[in-house]
Design a protein around this ligand. Structure first.
Ligand SMILES: [Zn+2]
Ligand SMILES: [Zn+2]
Length: 353
């Protein structure tokens, strides 16, 4: 496989003075609360906001170039955070003994897990495609970097002619719409799965599927601001559709009811854009772990296992939106009944706090 690594500017590290703002805000505080409630007792103390003075990664300039056949690809960071909150996000729906086994056998420190937000750009020659738009500006001080990171690579928002949304979670759609309420990528077709659009725009269904009010309201706020304004413009598709030559939608429901992965193929090479089929490399050896945002857990696990098996069997590169370390790009290797993640290279290390 002929992936080239043309360059990557390593992210530097800074201590964020505004960490408390995240925790006092939306996602962080909510996830910390859920994490400390579910992952008892070992993590209860560590998951409290006061115990999370982690050094935060500055993903400004974090871009990784690679090649899939004749397609020039780019993994671009929207941002990342390192926090005990991430453990709550990853393990909220899992039995404590299963979490303990996963952490113990992989040597994972639950207080310094990183949650990345990494979009992918594919230049097919005929189309410049962006997959997922990040959190958007103003949500957290460590995110919202995608437009600037694209610009630094010479890609203006107006250059993107296709935006593909893997699913309707806020961290994947938050950069759809600009501050004036217009599409942030003004010349782009926007595409997502019909099934996910139908779910997120059906409020009674969302209320039933996501019973925790704070979390649901947070997510619906993103839908209102970042998805509904596209109602007249967005193209809703099914699975197994070639969106543009070389990029095909793949059924990946469960994380959300209409979650969509992508298969990018050029010449004899391929890239799986797996979105949130797994949220962290720990989900490969432990595919039964259920995270806070997994809307249909049983279906998610079935999808995860099916697609990991397919990715390992058919080969090629895979990229996952949240994986640490950046750029979240690597190979899936089968190992017995489960899988291992082989990252193509190490991005910024998870720092010791
Ligand atoms: Zn998601
Ligand atoms: Zn996500």
């Amino acid at each position: 496989m002929g992936t080239r690594y043309e360059h990557m500017r390593s992210a530097s590290l800074r201590r964020s003075p505004t960490r408390r703002q995240i925790l006092a805000g939306t996602t962080g505080a909510f996830v910390a609360t859920v994490g400390s409630r579910v992952i008892q007792p070992a993590m209860a103390h560590d998951a409290s906001p006061a115990a999370s003075p982690n050094v935060q990664p500055d993903m400004t300039g974090a871009v990784h170039r690679f090649q899939i056949g004749s397609f020039a690809c780019l993994n671009v960071s929207d941002g990342a955070s390192i926090s005990p909150d991430t453990a709550g996000l990853l393990f909220a729906g899992s039995p404590p003994e299963q979490v303990a086994e996963a952490l113990g056998s992989t040597g994972t420190d639950p207080t310094t897990l990183a949650n990345h937000h990494t979009s992918t750009v594919i230049d097919t020659g005929d189309h410049l495609v962006l997959v997922d738009t990040g959190f958007g500006p103003g949500v957290s001080p460590t995110d919202g970097l995608l437009p600037g990171n694209l610009q630094a690579e010479g890609i203006a928002a107006g250059d993107i002619d296709l935006v593909i949304i893997t699913h309707g979670h806020g961290d994947h759609i938050g950069g759809n719409i600009d501050a004036d309420g217009n599409p942030a990528y003004p010349n782009a077709r926007y595409v997502m799965s019909q099934e996910d659009w139908d779910f997120w725009t059906d409020r009674p269904r969302v209320e039933e599927a996501i019973p925790i009010p704070d979390f649901r309201d947070l997510l619906l706020g993103f839908v209102e601001r970042q998805l509904l304004p596209l109602a007249d413009r967005i193209e809703l598709i099914g699975y197994g559709e070639e969106i543009v030559p070389g990029i095909t939608s793949i059924a990946a429901q469960g994380h959300t009811p209409g979650h969509m992965a992508l298969l990018v193929q050029s010449d004899d090479e391929q890239l799986w854009i797996a979105g949130d089929v797994a949220l962290h490399p720990i989900n490969l050896p432990f595919p039964d772990l259920i995270g806070l945002p997994d809307v249909e857990p049983e279906r998610m696990i079935e999808t995860r296992k099916r697609l990991l098996g397919r990715m390992a069997g058919e080969g090629g590169f895979a990229t996952f939106y949240h994986f640490e370390p950046f750029p979240g790009l690597g190979h899936i290797v089968a190992q017995g009944e489960t899988w291992q993640w082989e990252p193509v290279m190490d991005g910024p290390a998870t720092p010791a706090s």
